[in-house]
Design a binder for this molecule. Structure first.
Ligand code: NAP
Length: 247
């Protein structure tokens, strides 16, 4: 695929869903930048395979200065290519009933999942100020932000917060033809869900009409579509990809 003159920035591309999305979008031809706290062997492989269209940056998204610097450095790397999209994907999960969840864990969840997404969206919105060719912001939230799940009050609050940001930002940026949407996956087979016990996993599968956990490859086609020109009139929405578990 020849390079597309569009620069996409995704947080948390070192493993799991973010890595799968980064690979898929590089294969589609986008210029792509990502960040994580740790540089993984998978990042090194992408740097080797896509030396002209991929960049990685060390960043802890809950730090406003680092988030802004990530976007600044990513833009400097591909300064000749118009900035097109931000995908807020970096996230952490922690379960446990709220009554005993340590306050420091609540702060960490809100810091990474919600403040991190807001800082990056703010930095992206500033890049879009002079945009004339439109653009995209995609927020990876979760079905847990839409429905109640035992033991996930803090995580759920961060994801519902992201969906709220999606709706408000869609209104702020719409006149510039920048769309803002959330994608809410169900349980995916990534490191994040590796702590699920066998019984929990079976219960999730039993409750899922399509009879399995999701895979990052199930989410990629929706991301590709929302980035495409065909999705130009869809904004402010939360789109669910969960095999029907929340139906
Ligand atoms: N897995 C699921 O079942 C599921 C379901 C619904 C929604 N989601 C959402 O999908 C997104 C991706 O999840 P995943 O399952 O792919 O998780 P994952 O496998 O744990 O990967 C998380 C990614 O985010 C990065 N990250 C974590 N903390 C960070 C921080 N403070 N600053 C910058 N990067 C950070 C990680 O790299 P470092 O650790 O090196 O920083 C990694 O690249 C998350 O927002 C998650 O909430 C996941």
């Amino acid at each position: 695929m020849p390079p597309i003159e569009r620069h996409v920035v995704i947080s948390g591309g070192s493993r799991g869903l973010g890595l799968a999305l980064a690979k898929g979008l590089l294969e589609d031809g986008y210029h792509l930048s990502t960040c994580s706290r740790t540089r993984t062997p998978e990042i090194d492989q992408l740097l080797e395979a896509w030396p002209d269209t991929f960049s990685w940056h060390a960043c802890a998204v809950e730090d406003a200065t680092q988030s802004q610097q990530f976007l600044t450095d990513a833009r400097a790397r591909f300064s000749k290519v118009p900035f097109y999209a931000l995908i807020n994907n970096a996230g952490i999960a922690r379960d446990g009933i709220l009554a005993t969840l340590p306050v420091v864990e609540i702060d960490r969840l809100i810091g990474v999942n919600l403040l991190g997404a807001l800082y990056l969206a703010r930095a992206a919105a500033r890049l879009f100020v002079n945009a004339t060719a439109g653009g995209r912001i995609l927020n990876i939230s979760s079905i847990v932000g839409l429905r109640g799940y035992n033991g996930l009050a803090a995580y759920s609050a961060t994801k519902a917060g992201m969906d709220g940001m999606t709706r408000a930002l869609a209104r702020e940026l719409g006149r510039k033809q920048i769309t803002v949407n959330s994608i809410a996956p169900g349980y995916l087979t990534t490191e994040m869900s590796s702590t699920l016990g066998d019984a929990q996993r079976k219960q999730i599968i039993n409750r899922t009409p399509l009879g399995r956990l999701g895979d990052p490859a199930d989410v990629l086609p929706l991301v590709q579509f929302l980035l495409s020109d065909g999705a130009r009139f869809i904004t402010g929405q939360t789109l669910v990809v969960d095999g029907g578990i929340s139906s």
